[in-house]
Design a binder for this molecule. Structure first.
Ligand code: C2E
Ligand code: MG
Ligand code: MG
Length: 696
């Protein structure tokens, strides 16, 4: 064997590809194998002998046979020198092996033979990967074309030039993918609603810098001009050097979700009835504005229409609601870009004013509001209160406090200004007043909770019977004293106790204290002395009042005939029938009822006849008048005689001078009370005065 022969043989057997040498004649294409190497046998899964016996056509996959034969014929006829194809062999077990095959004519030394060399390489694995890739491409394209939105790949440029756009583009934007690809008809940037373009770009810049995923919601304008909310989710594609090569992502239609969200937000920020922004929105706005550094002036004007409540009671809820709607509409007309209107509570409105010049400007605006409300309320005869709070560096961060102050100012405007429509600035005085009120309320709460009644105590003012010139009774007067506040007048703390309803437990304590003193008097031998106790309407109107009182009377073993209650005329404005029923029950138990401060309130003598009362206490006002008027001018005597005609006894309050006493004696007043006899006294002093004036 020559060196040349040896080399050929070695290559033939050891080359890492399958090699077969064949020869064929023109009349038999299924040529015979001459020589077959090891790898060829391995690839086809058949031995040399088998291959020689069967020939290549039978082991070729039927689908590849035709092409192979046609190529082979061309090779044989000399039309081509070689051909290559990817084809399949069938192995003995029926499995398929893919090969990359090259067949070429071969000129061997034997010139009568028509020889070919066939080189095959197993590409089954590559084919499998190819198929898988194809499958994955196919499913990707199915996915993309069915995506509820559009998938894209685009350049990171000012147009977002699209390199790829999925079919969903049409449904999302009304433009076809072709319209957008390479900005053929328009760019994606053109579709984005202009106000989002810059922020969107900034957002991409930010996330690309940090290699974060992109997620942003914005609006686009579709081909037919409709605005649509979309959610874009994407990411950057980076080169090996870290440069952004392209962007990739999907854009989804979120209009439905946005609509729900927007509805939710609307409901969250608006009053359902008036459609105005609500308190929550105002609070957020104020909190946000507080963070802005600005020297511009800001203020709130609060309009308190709590009186509308009365309309509900008279005409029903719907009627008052309609009035509120009317007000909202009328006030809305006063809005400008520097004045926003809010409906912060059922019957309350707030204007938020920005960039005003000075207080005078606010006052002028309040007058405008006042006039507007006047036209609506003239028919209803209702009042309102307008409060003003100016926002400054000191208070701007405490939104809750600002709104509380506003409410306080508007309440002050209702109650402290005689004019039915008025306004009131919140200022330092009011702040101090409110703080004092809070302090007093704290003291009252202490009175309620403390077993020894906190700072509460009673004083007793003697009432003198003019006929016998003896003290016939005392009026119990509540007193409050604390370390912090010193002495607090009942004129100040009783209204607060009423406002907070603390008068109910505190009133009961007063009754118990007064009865305690009554018992002490009895123990000292003063059996016939009466005790008058002031009661508020809130106490009296409680269903349990009478029963509780009777219980205490029984428990403390007090004679009900010695007990008197003082009530004010204002009680009769509403519920005349009900009040009289309660009074009737008290009267039948033996308790006397007196009308306090008579003559200053609402009641008329005509009605007093039907009332279950036994006594009128003529207010100090009419007693003071006695000093100013001539005897014949004063009506005090007339009141006394009319009260007598109605069967009531008469007490004169606030008697300070002898000449008043003389007048009252002359006109047959039954009893007098006042500094002329004595100031309110502590228990011991009260007993001392009894000793002095009365003889047991
Ligand atoms: P009132 O029931 O009309 O009590 C009479 C008030 O006139 C008392 O004031 C008394 O000190 C004062 N007074 C009596 N004589 C004279 C006088 O000659 N000259 C002057 N200038 N004043 C005189 P006070 O104690 O400050 O009580 C004020 C009001 O507070 C009472 O008016 C009553 O409405 C209320 N009040 C006091 N104690 C109670 C209470 O226990 N319960 C309730 N609900 N209210 C009370
Ligand atoms: Mg009284
Ligand atoms: Mg009085």
């Amino acid at each position: 064997m020559t060196v040349k022969g040896l080399t050929y043989d070695t290559i033939f057997q050891q080359a890492p590809i399958g090699i077969a040498i064949t020869y064929s004649s023109a009349d038999d294409v299924n040529n015979n194998f001459v020589s077959i190497n090891q790898i060829f046998q391995q690839i086809t899964g058949r031995t040399k002998e088998e291959l020689i016996k069967i020939g290549w056509i039978k082991i070729t996959h039927p689908d590849d046979v035709e092409e192979d034969i046609s190529n082979f014929n061309k090779l044989q006829s000399g039309e081509i020198k070689s051909y290559s194809m990817e084809k399949r062999y069938i192995k003995p077990d029926g499995s398929i092996v893919w090969v990359d095959m090259v067949v070429a004519s071969l000129t061997l030394s034997d010139e009568h033979m028509n020889n070919q060399i066939c080189l095959v390489q197993d590409i089954t694995e590559r084919k499998r990967l190819e198929r898988e890739l194809l499958e994955s491409e196919r499913s990707k394209s199915v996915l993309l074309s069915n995506l509820p939105g559009m998938a894209y790949k685009c350049n990171y440029d000012c147009h977002w030039t699209m390199q790829f756009v999925s079919a969903g583009c049409y449904q999302l934007t009304g433009y076809t993918s072709d319209d957008l690809l390479y900005n053929r008809r328009l760019s994606y940037n053109d579709i984005i609603l202009p106000k989002y373009r810059e922020t969107l770009r900034n957002e991409w810049e930010r996330i690309l810098g940090e290699r974060l995923p992109f997620r942003y919601e914005y609006e686009i304008v579709t081909a037919n001009g409709e605005r649509k909310w979309v959610l874009e989710m994407g990411q950057g594609i980076y080169s090996e050097l870290g440069d952004v090569e392209a962007l990739e992502g999907i854009i989804l239609d979120i209009s439905d979700r946005k609509e729900i969200e927007n509805n939710l937000r609307y409901n969250n920020e608006h009053d359902q009835w008036t459609g105005l922004y609500n308190r929550r929105y105002l609070e957020n706005l104020l909190a946000n504005d507080a963070e802005l550094i600005t020297t511009n002036k800001r203020a709130l004007i609060g309009i308190n229409l709590s009186a509308v409540q009365r309309l509900s009671l008279t005409y029903g809820f719907h009627y008052s609601q309609e009035v509120i709607k009317k007000v909202a509409k009328a006030l809305s007309l006063l809005c400008t870009d520097k004045r926003k209107l809010f409906n912060t509570y059922e019957n309350r409105f707030v204007f938020y004013i920005k960039d005003y010049r000075d207080k005078d400007e606010l006052i002028v605006f309040c007058e405008e509001i006042d006039k507007t409300l006047g036209t609506i309320f003239a028919a209803e005869g209702l009042g309102s209160g307008i409060g003003i709070v100016e926002i400054d560096a000191d208070n701007k961060h405490d939104v809750g406090q600002i709104l509380k102050n506003l409410l306080n100012a508007s309440e002050k405007a209702i109650y402290h200004i005689n004019n039915s429509l008025g306004f009131c600035f919140f200022d330092k005085d009011m702040e101090a007043e409110i703080m004092r009120e809070e302090d007093i309320i704290k003291e009252l709460m202490l009175v309620e909770s403390d077993e020894s009644d906190g700072g509460l105590y009673l004083q007793y003012q003697p009432i003198l019977d003019l006929k016998s010139n003896q003290i016939c009774g005392f009026e119990a007067l509540a007193r409050l004293k604390s370390d912090k506040l010193g002495f607090v007048s009942p004129l100040e703390f009783i209204p607060l106790a009423e406002k907070t309803k603390l008068i109910i437990p505190i009133g009961q304590k007063i009754i118990i204290k007064a009865f305690g003193f009554l018992n002490r008097l009895r123990n000292c031998g003063y059996r016939g002395i009466n005790m008058s106790i002031n009661v508020s309407s809130i106490q009296l109107l409680r269903e349990e009042f009478n029963r509780d009182l009777f219980d205490i009377i029984a428990d403390m073993n007090v004679n009900p005939e010695n007990v008197g209650l003082e009530i004010t005329e204002s009680l009769f404005v509403d519920n005349y029938q009900e009040i009289n029923r309660i009074l009737g029950e008290l009267k039948s138990y033996g308790i006397r009822i007196a009308i306090d401060d008579f003559g200053t309130g609402y009641s008329s003598l005509a009605r007093e006849r039907e009332l279950n009362i036994s006594c009128l206490k003529i207010d100090k006002y009419f007693i003071d008048k006695l000093l100013l008027l001539k005897e014949e001018e004063a009506i005090t005597g007339v009141i006394i005689s009319m009260a007598h005609k109605l069967g009531h006894c008469v007490v004169a309050e606030g008697v300070e001078y002898e000449e008043q006493r003389l007048y009252l004696e002359k006109y047959k007043c039954d009893k007098i009370q006042g500094y002329l006899i004595s100031k309110p006294l502590d228990e011991d002093a009260a007993i001392a005065i009894l000793k002095e004036k009365n003889h047991i």
